[in-house]
Design a binder for this molecule. Sequence first.
Ligand SMILES: Cc1cc2nc3c(=O)[nH]c(=O)nc-3n(C[C@H](O)[C@H](O)[C@H](O)COP(=O)(O)OP(=O)(O)OC[C@H]3O[C@@H](n4cnc5c(N)ncnc54)[C@H](O)[C@@H]3O)c2cc1C
Ligand code: SF4
Length: 484
Amino acid sequence: MLSFERVKINHADPKKRLQGFTIEPLEEYSDSSAVAEASRCIGCNICTQACPASLDIGGYIKSTAVGDPAQTVRIVFENLPFPAIIGRVCTHMCEDICVLYDTGGPIAIRHLKRYAADKFDDYSSIISVPKRKFVGKNVAVIGGGPAGLTAAYYLSIQGVKVTIYEKLPALGGFMKTGIPRYRLPQDVLDKEIGYILSQGVEVHLNTEVGKDVSFKELMNKYDAVFMSVGNQKPRMTGTPGSDAENVVHATEFLRRSSFGEKIDVGKNVVIIGGGFTANDSSRTALRFGAQNSYIFYRRREVDRPGYPSMNAEEEMEEADEEGVHYVWEVTPFEYVKKGNRVVAVKYWQNDMVSDGKGRAKPVPNKDKVQTIDADYVIEATGQENDYTFMEEEYLRKLRLTPQGQPIVNPNGMTSIPGLFSGGDSTNGNRDLISAVRDADQAVLGILQYLNLMDKVSEEFIPLLDRWKKYSTMAAKIAYSERSA
Ligand SMILES: Cc1cc2nc3c(=O)[nH]c(=O)nc-3n(C[C@H](O)[C@H](O)[C@H](O)COP(=O)(O)OP(=O)(O)OC[C@H]3O[C@@H](n4cnc5c(N)ncnc54)[C@H](O)[C@@H]3O)c2cc1C
Ligand code: SF4
């Protein structure tokens, strides 16, 4: 019988989850659950309009509904080479606008993608990309995060020789060094990155552009360069006491954890910030044995980055299950030190003041001072772009937005001919799927710039504007066809 209720996604026992980094919070759908959930979809594809990478969501949900997960993976691969990764950690804005939102709940689009992708250990058994001959063009990619890897995949399968330069000892960018392993297991990263590299991508790890190899050299040596360096330079608060040895930026904390370091965080951990990174730091600290993990945010819960969305609510639910404490509307103003270590954090309670324009502003009420014990302080207060790897002659030509992001044309090209840019350094969304979209766009731009459009295999070029095909009218027609 047709059910309108979303098929429940079971959560693993939080106590077991907290024992380490190996148990994922959300359990996989069984075959029958996946088919039941996918069968609720009416195929209107309204959700595609909310997907930055313009995936054919209705199409791949339908393949799952008819028991063909291989086809689901193939459809996802049209624009995105990480179905199992995105199936776990996507911000899934698509679900926020699913037409079934108020009718039993939105289709579990993200979870269904994970289900389909996890069916296959090796995508080469289900995807046949053309064995392309070298087309005579070489492209350098700076940074091996999701944007760089996506560009490398779609260019390589067109016969372009791609070389990735990555300063760390591993590929993945923040997929590897930010998102913790309990949300994104290492074997999932290995499977999907491994498949991309199997297309013939050359990789130089531990190679920092600007230090081990110059930017200028890459610009001269390659026919085009894709700059996907992320937004990685830590922004610290400068709170008095932040020079103590037990105060770190979240990206450093999470990076060390991702490379297997066991960090002694003590009993009480205070995290400053309110986004993904604060949550991941807090939950990681609990896995390192913290008894109390507090997230200090200067605004209200509803003001957190990413609100309102299902993603933010789900993230909060998982954090609540694990015992993360949130302290809203506060401003830390001193890390109290004993020797070279912080032992407490002093903070003011904020008043939220609205001037009628935009969101209410947090104003510290300095009469309301409070103190909390702290054995470890993590600042999840954002990052900035860093262009120190570029020589002055290029920096002068690179046009930036007022926020310091490279300005790119609709083909992803910067103001420097042959230099393309995408991902966190370039878009304001700062999530994986937007990094993928930027890379898809730059792939088309690079192929055009290198005059390769008449040589490419069109079937394997990312299709950027699929969403334009779908409208509310299309949804109505699709719905009436289904129910006829
Ligand atoms: C803790 C945390 C949790 C997150 N959780 C999510 C989530 O759940 N869902 C989601 O969608 N997004 C999430 N994000 C955001 C997401 O990870 C980013 O949007 C995405 O990784 C950006 O991709 P990118 O390729 O632009 O850059 P990055 O992933 O930042 O990769 C950039 C790469 O470039 C390398 N690099 C930089 N400079 C140089 C140089 N000079 N030479 C060589 N290499 C260089 C870096 O080492 C890095 O590997 C999270 C981010 C963090 C920090
Ligand atoms: S918006 Fe339409 S196509 Fe997309 S998941 Fe919901 S019902 Fe399916």
